[in-house]
Write a protein that binds this ligand. Structure first.
Ligand code: GAP
Length: 432
């Protein structure tokens, strides 16, 4: 029932996501987030951060730079290895990933079979820092947030009271010049990652890997995902990078099939060893107990917040037959829904108390909407479509009894509650 077309149309119509630079014809693979998308992304980030803080492990947060010099990306392997095979159609000039089509077939765009030979295309965006344009001014937009964490492990350890084992987590933009950005927010050229790098002793890495697998499973459950749409897929030995000691993808069943949502990887000491070699800095850690220096091992959990938003929207999307109508409803977790409650005076003469409450709740940081236009039924539908869990209606009975009706999004049931309970209801529901 749910299709990518329906989700992207809803996102545009309701102000979740717009194609970037739309009035100039758009920029392929890049999106802008509207008022509701911005609220939802903030909720996703907060949910993720809280899930890390809720464990009994120490995780500190970090914000690295987006620009990085060639040495960083040489050490990480991105300059030499971060490419996809690309072919061009010589007739219509369309570009494709060679691993995503058969060169025995005609071009899906123009129908001709005139392919260039496949060649490697590096996915990093290259730019220049400073006014002089030469080899020394080259920099790259980061293709992942992780590397800025690895090169700061020593800084973080010497400036904070953290000891191995501990994690460094970051939410931030990453950029990849994907040859074929596609499937809406699934594969874009500018996206956001939420990555956590867990640093531990070599002998602790296997247990840590299992620990974070369990934590991440709990995270998806807590987000309210229908767990039949989530699976954990361990990589085959042949899929693993040469340095990797194990990797499991969290996959979601998107309308276009099972696809990676998150990667959980036991990366060994590869990253820190690479940076130690390239920078000629000692990145080892001294173990007081054994009096031996060692290179910490890394377990990484890496998920894209835009891709996660798409999965959440697909999972929450429902079309339900109500009388002779179909209602579109997003059954999002109340802590993820962009708007937690709508305040609806039944008629314009009744707006004052709801408007007052709206400003009070907004001031306290609640995501609420005030809506007095259209029939109450239409207003409920508007809120259903954006996933608002509660609608509070102030009606003709309200003034005398100091009550409102609360209407629950999923059941559409209504009940009368005291006006002063509104804050408590939305506060409790949005707790993570
Ligand atoms: N540091 C490890 C790393 O970057 P990755 O599998 O390349 O691993 C991690 O990326 C996550 O980032 C993916 O699981 C996905 O959620 C997200 N991601 C990667 N490329 C993306 C793209 N082009 N558009 C949207 N999200 C992307």
């Amino acid at each position: 029932m749910v299709t990518l077309e329906k989700i992207s149309a809803l996102c545009k119509r309701c102000g979740f996501v717009y194609p970037s630079s739309e009035i100039y014809g758009g920029l392929n693979g890049v999106y802008d987030f509207g008022p509701l998308g911005s609220l939802m992304k903030t909720n996703i980030r907060n949910f993720w951060k809280k899930s890390l803080n809720a464990t009994e492990r120490d995780v500190v947060f970090f914000e690295g730079s987006i620009l990085g010099g060639p040495a960083v990306w040489k050490a990480s392997g991105h300059i030499d290895n971060f490419h996809d095979p690309m072919v061009d159609c010589m007739n219509c000039k369309k570009r494709y990933r060679a691993d995503e089509l058969s060169l025995d077939e005609p071009c899906p765009s123009c129908g001709k079979k005139e392919w260039t030979a496949p060649r490697e295309f590096n996915l990093m965006f290259k730019t220049q820092v400073g006014a002089v344009s030469d080899e020394s001014s080259i920099a790259y937009l980061r293709p992942e947030t992780a590397q800025s964490i690895f090169i700061n492990v020593k800084n973080v350890m010497s400036s904070n009271r953290v000891k191995i084992p501990f994690g460094i987590a970051q939410v931030g933009k990453a950029f990849r010049n994907e040859i074929t950005p596609k499937q809406f927010l699934f594969r874009t050229r500018e996206f956001e990652q939420m990555e956590m790098e867990w640093l531990c002793k070599p002998e602790e890495a296997c247990d840590a890997f299992q620990y974070w697998l369990d934590q991440r499973q709990a995270f998806y459950k807590a987000l309210g995902f229908n767990m039949v749409n989530i699976r954990f897929r361990a990589h085959e030995k042949t899929e693993l990078a040469h340095y990797s000691k194990g990797c499991t993808d969290v996959e979601y069943q998107f309308p276009f099939g099972w696809k990676e949502l998150e990667g959980i990887a036991n990366r060994g000491d590869f990253d820190l060893t690479q940076h130690a070699t390239q920078s000629k800095k000692d990145l080892k850690v001294f173990d007081e107990e054994t009096q031996i220096s060692y290179t910490p091992h890394v377990v990484e959990c890496s998920v894209g917040s835009d891709r996660l938003m798409l999965a959440l929207l697909c999972d929450a999307y429902n079309e339900e037959k109500v009388d002779d109508d179909v209602r579109v409803v997003l059954k999002l977790h109340p802590a993820i829904a962009p708007v937690t409650a709508a305040l609806l005076p039944l008629s314009k003469q009744l707006s004052k108390p709801m408007l007052k409450l709206y400003f009070e709740l907004k001031k306290k940081g609640y995501a609420v909407q005030f809506d007095q236009t259209g029939s109450i039924g239409k207003r409920y539908r508007r809120q259903d479509e954006i996933g608002t869990p509660f609608c509070f209606t102030y009606d003709f009975e309200s003034q005398a009894s100091n009550t409102v009706t609360v209407r629950y999004r999923d059941s559409m049931q209504q009940e009368r509650v005291a006006l002063e309970r509104i804050e408590e209801i939305i506060k409790n529901a949005a707790v993570i």
